[in-house]
Design a protein around this ligand. Structure first.
Ligand SMILES: *[C@@H]1O[C@H](CO)[C@@H](O)[C@H](O)[C@H]1NC(C)=O
Ligand SMILES: *[C@@H]1O[C@H](CO)[C@@H](O)[C@H](O)[C@H]1NC(C)=O
Ligand SMILES: *[C@@H]1O[C@H](CO)[C@@H](O)[C@H](O)[C@H]1NC(C)=O
Ligand SMILES: *[C@@H]1O[C@H](CO)[C@@H](O)[C@H](O)[C@H]1NC(C)=O
Ligand SMILES: CC(=O)N[C@H]1CO[C@H](CO)[C@@H](O)[C@@H]1O
Length: 697
């Protein structure tokens, strides 16, 4: 549920147009708003929040129909043809699935619209009643978007769930929303069959893959559920068309279950108006979004960022080509060697990414350059530093022959990794490090910015502008949002702080969602309606506003803990400082008001620790054994202290003791979210014995 950040890369062509953009431009302006006293900022171009960018369009269903009528013969959805699926065995005997994928096969706007109408009619034929909810539980693929729009045409609220959530969360979400129809893939169907006893509201399943028809193990559930294939639903609808039952702006479009960092997931209730406001706001702020653009879709559609992005792309006549994180580039894990990854096949102009993926691109390039060595490395380093200093002065002063030469000699090959035509990237999930942001700027040849939003604000929040080359900030408010900082005295953040006002970030506007499904208590806690009727969401994040009206996220309220003697420890800040140590893969600091000092759980970086062990001839049987050795713990601890000193942490902020763990924290283990953020409560619970031991010994 944490904040997520949106980064932007923009075409060189556009940078030309705004050649004369001045430094020190005001991007956000103060504004008078109601509600709690604070320091409020609005977008510099819009005095009141934007609600829709298309005249007369008030719902996502209308927007889609309008676009399909306008762009009938253009390509909308593309999926790669599967040529073959092979198992490959690696040196250590483990086997991996490798895919050989062919070219994209496209459906036009007109064809997709027909599928959507057929699906909507088919849903009625299957017996889905008015007022009942449907869930979409699947990886990102074209059927997902067709099902979504199909449901919208029948005013069916769609419940979405992260495909990576555990069984408990799944039961909870389906039970709470009393879902009667689930639209899923074969993989997800098997998961559901496992827990069929616990979800009794489900009556029917629509399966996107045909494999289920030959799976005998599903016989046991077919008594309680009717399972129909996606194509049969479309056929049923084609043969028995039903009139649409279109929703209104304030009808609920999606209930989105987000993987909270604590407890069970919460369903965020979004109206058509909410989502449309964000789609419109992004539309108005991104220049030159045109129908020639091609978007590579592979992030989870159950995430608001991807949902907004795909609905926007489909509204303006662009094409969406589907891929997956494991088949993205030519060297991706699941791509058969010698065949093309999604990006080099599609050659997209737009894509969304999580920082983890951009980090991986960066690391991959560095590794490649380092291993090549010699002239190539010297050339790369030189090109990089020349471009860096050019960018530092002004993005726009960076033109000319030299740039063209570097692009030709060095950066062209890097751009080819993502197909060579990328001009814009939306990046979500976590803050992008300044270093990666710069790297992507330089190597992809376009500025990248960041934005900030949450599921609760329907991804509305801030979005940095294309001509802003600073790093570490998330831009001014989107046109659909007001952003207000309010005092948080306990944390030591005040709007009267100098040189910049600081405080908890509160987001208001038509983008703010209705609240949490069936959870009035929690909703009341974080949503407030002011005397003018505007809804405000209290994010729990702490930020500060720069003089030009751009926001910077500096802390998270929940992550600040008071120690026994009253000192406040910002867990996130300390972790960010300590993770610099090369021995650390993941780290979670623990502090509470019963103790006067902090402790930390540290997941060791296997490569770094083993390298140290071999350098110092430390004997060990396996990695677990190595992590339990006192000398290893001591070595890692010493390096943490060094990192802490480097970041000038206070004594009470430095963990007094650590526990070294050998197993990585992955989304599958449930210890981190899909965006790789630590789930503190879960980690605390899982390692409660270890934590207790750290305090008792
Ligand atoms: C859409 O469905 C909701 C929930 O069933 C209902 O309250 C609303 O009136 C419907 N809207 C229209 C326009 O029929
Ligand atoms: C879902 O609801 C059913 C019956 O209402 C109940 O038996 C089951 O325990 C619930 N499951 C969860 C995970 O809440
Ligand atoms: C079904 O449950 C069994 C045991 O509870 C588990 O081993 C298996 O992995 C589950 N299958 C799926 C597809 O989740
Ligand atoms: C870029 O400029 C900032 C100040 O504007 C300076 O602190 C930084 O060292 C510069 N970096 C490079 C690589 O020139
Ligand atoms: C649901 C919601 O938050 N609606 C608000 C949208 O924004 C307008 C102002 O533009 C408010 O008046 C609504 O209350």
């Amino acid at each position: 549920m944490g904040p997520y950040f949106v980064g932007v890369l923009i075409p060189l062509m556009v940078t030309l147009l705004i050649w004369n953009t001045k430094k020190g431009k005001k991007r956000g302006l103060t504004v008078d708003v109601g509600g709690e006293t604070g320091y409020a900022i609005r977008n510099h171009r819009f005095t009141s929040p934007v609600e829709t960018a298309w005249e007369g369009v008030t719902t996502l269903a209308e927007l889609f129909e309008y676009s399909c009528n306008k762009h009938t013969n253009k390509k909308l959805l593309g999926t790669r043809k599967l040529i073959s699926r092979e198992m490959e065995t690696s040196g250590d005997g483990r086997s991996f699935e490798k895919l050989h994928l062919g070219d994209y096969e496209w459906q036009s706007y007109g064809q997709v619209f027909e599928s959507v109408c057929n699906f909507a009619s088919g849903l009625v034929q299957l017996g889905h009643q008015r007022g009942e909810r449907a869930a979409i539980f699947a990886d990102t693929r074209e059927e997902w978007l067709i099902a979504l729009q199909g449901c919208f045409r029948r005013n069916v609220t769609v419940v979405t769930i992260y495909a990576s959530l555990g069984e408990e969360a799944l039961c909870h979400s389906f039970n709470e929303t009393e879902v009667t129809t689930v639209i899923c893939g074969y993989k997800e169907l098997k998961k559901l069959a496992n827990i069929s006893g616990q979800i009794d509201t489900i009556k029917r399943i629509i399966c996107m893959d045909e494999e289920f028809q030959s799976d005998n193990s599903l016989v046991s559930v077919s008594s309680s559920w009717t399972i129909t294939s996606f194509s049969d639903v479309e056929r049923l609808g084609r043969e028995n068309p039903v009139d649409p039952d279109l929703p209104l702006a304030d009808d609920i479009s999606v209930i989105m279950y987000t993987s909270g960092s604590t407890g069970l997931p919460k369903g965020v209730v979004m109206t058509h108006r909410n989502v449309l406001a964000t789609v419109s706001a992004v539309m108005t702020i991104v220049p030159r979004l045109g129908s020639e653009d091609i978007y590579l879709a592979y992030l989870p559609l159950a995430h608001i960022l991807e949902l907004v992005a795909e609905n926007l792309i489909a509204a303006i006549g662009c094409s969406i080509g589907y891929g997956s994180p494991l088949t993205l580039t030519d060297t991706s894990n699941k791509i058969k060697r010698g065949t093309k990854g999604d990006a080099s096949m599609l050659r997209p102009t737009l894509m969304a990414a999580v920082p983890a993926i951009l980090d991986r691109v960066r690391d991959g390039v560095h590794k490649k350059v380092d291993s090549t060595g010699g002239l190539a490395k010297t050339l790369f380093d030189l090109a990089y530093s020349r471009r860096l200093s050019a960018i530092n002065g002004s993005w726009f002063g960076a033109w000319g022959l030299e740039r063209l030469i570097w692009n030709f000699l060095v950066f062209r090959k890097i751009r080819a990794i993502l197909g060579g035509r990328i001009r814009f990237i939306l990046s979500g999930g976590a803050p992008l490090s300044a270093e990666t942001q710069r790297f992507i700027n330089i190597c992809l040849g376009a500025p990248i910015g960041q934005g900030y939003g949450l599921t609760e604000t329907c991804a509305g929040g801030t979005f940095s502008e294309y001509d802003d080359t600073s790093v570490g900030r998330v831009g001014p408010p989107l046109p659909c949002s007001f952003i207000k900082l309010v005092d948080w005295p306990e944390g030591g953040y005040l709007i009267s702080d100098s040189p910049m006002p600081r405080g908890e970030i509160v987001v208001g506007g038509p983008n703010v969602t209705l609240g949490y499904f069936k959870n009035e208590e929690k909703t009341k806690e974080v949503y407030k309606v002011d005397e003018k009727g505007m809804r405000w969401f209290y994010t729990g994040d702490v930020g500060r506003f720069h003089a030009d009206g751009c926001l910077e996220i500096i802390d998270r309220k929940k992550d600040i803990v008071k120690l026994q003697h009253g000192e406040y420890v910002s867990l996130g800040k300390v972790e960010a400082a300590l993770i610099i140590s090369p021995y650390v893969d993941s780290i979670m600091l623990h502090a509470d008001s019963f103790h006067s000092y902090c402790v930390a759980l540290v997941v060791a970086s296997q490569a770094a620790v083993e390298e140290w062990a071999s350098n110092y001839r430390v004997e060990y049987s396996d990695f677990l054994d190595l992590c339990q050795k006192e000398e290893t713990v001591k070595e890692v601890y010493t390096s943490l202290i060094k990192a802490a000193k480097g970041a000038r942490l206070e004594k009470f902020e430095i963990p007094a003791k650590i526990k070294l763990l050998s197993e990585a924290w992955t989304p599958e283990s449930g210890l981190v979210t899909a965006a790789l953020k630590i789930k503190r409560e879960v980690v605390r619970k899982t390692f409660s014995d270890e934590l207790a031991k750290l305090y008792s010994s």
